[in-house]
Design a protein around this ligand. Structure first.
Ligand code: RIB
Ligand code: CA
Length: 325
């Protein structure tokens, strides 16, 4: 999908690469649908020095000059062990070939300040896509409390009514920094949430993986990186799904083709009380709830084959771009 520069949606992508963050950035870049103004990194799947280095390597390997900024080194309050079991100690471990080292450095400045600067420079124009813990966005809102009204909208991967993946109730991105998520959701920003309700089913299958593997002769770091993530999927091991769920691709797939998802407007809260529900998201689906409370869009259904096709096409394109670098 190639749109003219004047009509492309302007994005800032905040992420914690992260294998599925990698797939999401590949989808955003190769779709041709977006002007990606900046990529900002946050600690999440791995420490900030890893996630920011990974984000830079991804942006550079895909042949872009998108500036990459480092952000929060830790959540607002919560401290936790990084989930190296899924993403490896680098946050983007591979089963074989890795991305080439970047030919440029991180851009100077903190991610939160850059989000504030760019949104204020283009009021109503910038869509914020958050694919990791919401710490950078919360800091940006603390720096500029008017930011929520100046961003075009927020689209994020996180939470889930259906339950959690890091505890029975909490999904990782919101569990990693629930206080940041609460600040963002209470800010009144126009938001659409892609939680585990849909992202658990955003998997690609063996044929998709084979198509990716066959995309280029010889070294194929994209296939090897996705293979690493696939080999550590608990849901595949449990037989729940046949292929890797690329959670973070969902917000981008929706921006590219909204028909791929079913969205409901619901009041959503995040639990910040330490205990078994810490980081859990609750959506009140009672129809008689008196008006009030921040209603946000919540994705509750997806066209899985349609999303898988879009994502696999993007990964194949990314593999070919990297092979030609
Ligand atoms: O729960 C899935 C989320 O946690 C994704 O953003 C993945 O990258 C991890 O950060
Ligand atoms: Ca992520």
């Amino acid at each position: 999908m190639n749109t003219s520069p004047t009509t492309r949606r302007r994005l800032i992508i905040d992420c914690d690469p992260g294998h599925d963050d990698f797939a999401a950035i590949a989808l955003a870049v190769t779709s041709g649908a977006f002007e990606i103004e900046a990529i900002t990194a946050v600690c999440g799947n791995a420490p900030l020095d890893c996630t920011s280095a990974n984000a830079l390597a991804i942006a550079d390997a895909l042949g872009t000059s998108i500036p990459v900024y480092a952000g929060a080194v830790a959540p607002l309050l919560h401290r936790y062990e990084f989930p190296a079991a899924f993403h490896g100690v680098t946050g983007l471990d591979s089963a074989g070939a890795t991305l080439p080292p970047p030919r440029r450095a991180l851009a100077p400045g903190h991610a939160a300040e850059e989000i504030v600067r760019r949104v204020n420079a283009a009021p109503g124009e910038i869509t914020l896509v958050v694919l990791g813990p919401m710490t950078n966005l919360a800091l940006a809102i603390a720096l500029d409390p008017e930011l929520p009204g100046k961003a075009r909208e927020l689209v994020f991967m996180g939470g889930g009514i259906v339950g959690g993946n890091v505890t029975p109730r909490a999904e990782f991105n919101l569990w990693a920094d629930p206080e940041a998520a609460a600040m963002v959701l209470r800010s009144g920003i126009k938001a659409t949430m892609f939680g585990l309700d849909v992202t658990n089913d955003a998997w690609i299958d063996r044929d998709d993986l084979a198509r990716l593997r066959a995309a280029v002769p010889g070294a194929n770091p994209v296939a090897d990186i996705i293979q690493y993530y696939t080999e550590r999927s608990g849901d595949i091991a449990a037989g729940r799904v046949p292929g890797p769920a690329l959670h973070d691709t969902c917000p981008l797939a929706w921006l590219i083709d909204p028909t791929l998802f079913t969205i409901e407007q619901l009041p959503v809260t995040v639990d910040t009380v330490p205990g078994p529900h810490y980081g859990a998201t609750d959506a009140d689906r009672r129809s008689w709830v008196p008006e009030g409370g921040a209603r946000i869009g919540v994705a509750l259904g997806l066209d899985r084959p349609g999303v898988a096709r879009l994502v696999t096409d993007a990964l194949v394109d990314a593999a070919r771009r990297i092979a030609q670098r």
